[in-house]
Design a protein around this ligand. Structure first.
Ligand SMILES: Cc1cc2nc3c(=O)[nH]c(=O)nc-3n(C[C@H](O)[C@H](O)[C@H](O)COP(=O)(O)OP(=O)(O)OC[C@H]3O[C@@H](n4cnc5c(N)ncnc54)[C@H](O)[C@@H]3O)c2cc1C
Length: 498
């Protein structure tokens, strides 16, 4: 008899084709205590537990025996299992999260069982791929690892050259939809009996957690995940590239795929998502297809390896020595800044925000306001349905908060209101004026931006990509600089009121 542990983010049915059902015993553990480690978004917990419960049923339909344990802790789950199957050797795919394999191993060996870790088949690239790229490097760039993987997969290649003559069409991916643009309608997924039952369970055990369950619309089965993929490819992939960086009031999805929860849980593999998208090569602009493939083959894989390479110190990085806590509006959405308030409301309602909202609104504001990176990391970890430590920590600590000093990004992702006004229509709905830096109506992003530049002048001066911005600050007269810094000081002292 083979014993296989399936973790909540390893819900991939296909790999069980290799296991004989009659000789395979599967263990799944649904731990309430794990869900209470943080005030995780209710939709994240509903997604995870409902997807696990559906996965159990699907395994059983394939003829597998599933020992599905529901209770407080992982320890109790293993104890119950090893009581029924004493001294079992349990196999599990390498957990994505740092330190989990060791924790599980300690629990199982303490109960007289054994845990065998096997390679995780859900990634597109291997440790050896990463070593080929990273072995001799101290800092890393996604673009070059991505090119290596493009060559390896032969995706979007023309012999040894990239299709279309360029590796990257990023410069074509910065348009804003015209006024009154009609966006495709979102796909609606109906909750079934298992999801409804799980919903009641979440309300019972996690009542005080972040977010609401009302608008829950996430795929909890492979079949639903395939529907989400098809819907995206049919209606959104075409314009994915052009509007990738745009933000539009009232449009939560725009042309994004909303596939991260399904891929992160294993309901879809990154490989099949990319291979299915590649079939649309003759129907969509290359800039959209390349842009989408780059997000998954490039960013997603890169972030996973960055995490595995830099943990555990990485999570504690705080290069700017920031100490402030997150203001309350990250929980309540009560701020006059329309872009921040809308993004937090969206996260509260859905457990999701798209990349530019995460990076250039929520993350940007936190960095400019001097929030402790670990507080920001925790907020992203608990607030989003697709959040897992391996993907949140590099995106927050590295990409968004620059707390690691730029191990894999070339400059901090910061901006004043001008960028937000260019890429979104939020400022038209906002009480603050994006064009003003000083005064009661001035958008807080502006003075906080210059305050950040001024505070970190010495370290930023070492970065050639910041030279124009620094020159822009330094050419202002001292009276103007002092007034801007005074404005920023006032905002930081009254962060809860802005
Ligand atoms: C501060 C911050 C926090 C983030 N937290 C998460 C998170 O908790 N979970 C998560 O999956 N992604 C996270 N991301 C990355 C990205 O924002 C999300 O993957 C994306 O918004 C998910 O929506 P989507 O599926 O519609 O993505 P799309 O825009 O449709 O992109 C397609 C896919 O590409 C992948 N992808 C794109 N960018 C990244 C990236 N930077 N890192 C890893 N994968 C990427 C995702 O699998 C995504 O589904 C974060 C980014 C930032 C800046």
């Amino acid at each position: 008899m083979q014993h296989v542990l399936v973790l909540g983010d390893q819900l991939n049915l296909e790999r069980f084709d290799l296991y004989p059902p009659k000789q395979t015993q599967i263990l799944m553990i649904e731990s309430i205590a794990r869900g209470q480690v943080m005030q995780y978004h209710k939709q994240k917990l509903l997604l995870l537990y409902s997807a696990m419960r559906h996965f159990k049923v699907e395994l059983e339909l394939k003829g597998f025996q599933v020992f599905y344990w529901q209770g407080q802790t992982f320890e109790e789950g293993f104890a119950a299992y090893l009581q029924q199957f004493p001294k079992a050797t349990i196999t599990v795919m390498q957990p994505a999260e740092y330190g989990v394999a060791e924790k599980l191993q300690t629990i199982v060996s303490g109960l007289d069982g054994q845990l065998e870790i096997i390679e995780n088949c859900l990634w597109l690239s291997t440790h050896a791929d990463w070593q080929t790229y990273a072995a001799d490097k101290k800092s890393y760039r996604m673009e070059f690892f991505y090119r290596q993987l493009r060559r390896k997969t032969n995706w979007l290649m023309d012999g040894s050259e990239p299709l279309g003559g360029k590796w990257n069409f990023d410069s074509e991916n910065r348009l804003v939809p015209p006024k009154n643009h009609i966006f495709p309608k979102p796909l609606e997924l109906k909750p079934d009996a298992i999801t409804l039952e799980t919903k009641a369970f979440i309300e019972q055990h996690f009542a005080n957690h972040f977010g609401t369950l009302e608008q829950f619309n996430w795929a909890v089965t492979r079949q639903q995940a395939l529907q989400v993929l098809d819907h995206f490819l049919e209606f959104r992939l075409h314009d994915f590239g052009a509007y990738e960086d745009a933000i539009v009031v009232g449009q939560a999805q725009l042309y994004h795929s909303l596939l991260s929860p399904a891929i992160n849980l294993g309901l879809l593999t990154a490989k099949e998502v990319c291979e299915t998208a590649l079939k649309y090569i003759d129907q969509v602009p290359l800039s959209s297809l390349e842009g989408f493939i780059r997000q998954i083959l490039g960013w997603r894989e890169f972030m996973h390896h960055i995490y595995s390479t830099l943990m555990p110190d990485f999570r504690e990085a705080n290069g700017y020595s920031l100490t402030r806590d997150l203001p309350h509006f990250y929980w309540t959405s009560k701020t006059k800044m329309h872009c921040v308030s809308s993004a937090v409301t969206q996260v509260w309602n859905t457990g999701h925000a798209h990349h530019i909202q995460r990076l250039m609104i929520l993350g940007n504001f936190a960095l400019l306001a001097g929030i402790r990176p670990q507080a920001v990391n925790d907020w992203f970890l608990l607030g989003f349905v697709d959040a897992f430590d391996w993907v949140v920590t590099p995106n927050v600590i590295g990409m968004s908060q620059y707390a690691d000093g730029g191990t894999f990004t070339s400059k901090p992702y910061i901006s004043g209101a001008a960028y937000i006004n260019r890429m979104s229509n939020h400022c038209q709905h906002c009480q603050y004026n994006p064009k003003e830096t000083i005064g009661a109506n001035a958008c807080p992003f502006n003075s906080l931006y210059w305050n950040f530049i001024n505070q970190h002048l010495l370290s930023l001066a070492k970065n050639p990509r910041m030279s124009i911005i620094l020159a822009n600050w330094q050419k202002r007269d001292q009276t103007t600089q002092a007034a801007i810094l005074e404005q920023a000081k006032h905002i930081l002292q009254n962060l809860e009121q802005i």
